[in-house]
Design a protein around this ligand. Sequence first.
Ligand SMILES: [Fe+2]
Ligand SMILES: [Fe+2]
Ligand SMILES: [Fe+2]
Ligand SMILES: [Fe+2]
Length: 419
Amino acid sequence: MGFNPFDEKGIPMDKQIKSWSELCTKPYDPQSVHPYTRTRGILMNGIEVEAAFFYHNFHRHCDDMELRRQLSAVRRLEQQQQKMVNWMIPGSESTLEITIGYEQLATDLTACMAKTEPDPYVKLALDFALIEDFDHLYRYANLMLESDPKRAEAILKDLTEVTPGRPTVLEHQHPFDTVRKFVDFKRSDPLTRMHILTITAAEQQTMNYYMNVGNQFSDMTGRGLYQEIAMIEEQHVTHYGSLIDPRSSWFEMACSHEYNECYMYYSCMISEPDERVKKIWEQLLESEIGHLQMNRDLMMKFENKDAKDMFGKEFPTPTVLESSKDYVRQIISTQIQYTGDRSDIVPLKNSESKDRYFQYQNTVNAGDFIPSQKVISNAIQKTGQDYRIETNGPHPIEMLRDRKSSVSQTELIKEMMKK
Ligand SMILES: [Fe+2]
Ligand SMILES: [Fe+2]
Ligand SMILES: [Fe+2]
Ligand SMILES: [Fe+2]
């Protein structure tokens, strides 16, 4: 029998407030932590940040004072959960080390979702951004070469390769071409809804993180790289956020958020090898069941609908992180040339919007400072070749095999137009 959060007792809301000593989680050891324990922490932090901001938006659109107080209560708990989770990161980990974790998460989480996604349009959207985040990992690992040549390997621990994806310089698109069609949440598979809500929260966290920490570097290439990639994360949040059904009521959205939090803590709990961390996931799952119950009651009171009817009899298949090297390679080899064309995703040469793509490309890539390109030429200059971890064979795209020279934006575009 699978797990159904509506059948569980959970922890009642009034028993959830924690003391500072309970909140201030002991950090993991950066040398021995399992990469997916680190990335689960990053992911669940993103989910909690989204929950807190969602409830801020909800109460700002709400004139019922009693309901506003209820929202304040659940929001306070989301904030406490966020602290517990994000404080697992030790102070000794640098911004760049944490960033490698963020992009490893983006790669392997997106791949795991794309492999199981039942809706072909959502799968296409996942595959599209998958190979962009994968390329970010390569750019940041090369930036890291300056300070610590072996550190990226030590963080990723052979689960994720490091090599070009869709080159970051080509990812910049006109904003009109990043908005996808929304999915009908009343008809869609619950797994599709869980994927969309989870990946939107994860990408939003990445976007927020780079917005805030990208100026902590003194070197101009590093500063520029965070800016350039932060702008892609804005595209990703637009891309995924636009899949969310905008017709849901605030109460439906709240129940979906809580159900998703339950589902994701459950997924983390069943796959966590670190016993101490597993207990944290377990405890937070219990708390989320309490939030779900509160929101189920609110929906019943205000809309006379049972939240239980929005979901299946048990959780969809859990979202469990796993190494997906060959899957990522397969998407690179077949979809590197794809771009957004209004709400579609098509090969660049078939795009009806390619004129504005080229115009946007020429505007942002004007001048001779393109940080995502510069970081690679710097690495080549320093060590004779770029930094890569290719364990499963040569790069799937022939023009990206040469480690001793970086391919220019013009050459890249020419190649993409042929595919
Ligand atoms: Fe939460
Ligand atoms: Fe990314
Ligand atoms: Fe991203
Ligand atoms: Fe919650």
